[in-house]
Design a protein around this ligand. Structure first.
Ligand code: ZN
Ligand code: ZN
Length: 142
């Protein structure tokens, strides 16, 4: 069995720290309005299976019900955006900027570009999807 490297990360102030003991999904950029409004720009998110995520320090962690079917985890001390999770279970998205470097992940696509704001251009050559993209894009590779 291959050795798994733990992925670690946290917020700016240290009141939220996590470790992931399992595979990390490649980074997807999301341009939906909810991601823009909570992050201040668009979101770059990796993801993992919920059972692989260990929130080592959670003193600052708060969950906001951003829609009827998802919650966003943020640090109530420094304001960092860290997580997105579906209320019904499934993969937990992890904001890529919070992952300690070297992250070990690469970006693969832009989603919800139909909802992108009007002050930036996407010129990195990655695939762009008007909606959430093809099935499986948001899932964690086994
Ligand atoms: Zn913090
Ligand atoms: Zn989004």
């Amino acid at each position: 069995m291959a050795a798994t490297t733990k992925t670690c990360g946290g917020c700016l102030c240290g009141a939220v720290r996590y470790a992931v003991d399992g595979p990390m999904r490649p980074v997807v950029y999301c341009h939906c309005e909810q991601c823009r409004k909570t992050s201040g720009h668009f979101v770059a998110a990796s993801a993992c299976e919920p059972q692989d995520l260990d929130i080592v320090t959670s003193s600052g962690l708060r969950w906001y019900d951003s829609s009827a079917h998802a919650q966003r985890g943020f640090c109530s001390v420094c304001g960092a955006n860290l997580f997105w999770r579906p209320s019904g279970g499934g993969h937990v998205s992890i904001m890529a900027g919070t992952i300690d470097t070297p992250t070990g992940v690469d970006a693969i696509a832009h989603i919800f570009v139909a909802n992108a704001s009007d002050y930036y251009e996407l010129g990195d050559g990655l695939p762009q999807y008007a909606d959430g993209g093809p099935d499986g894009l948001g899932e964690v590779d086994p």
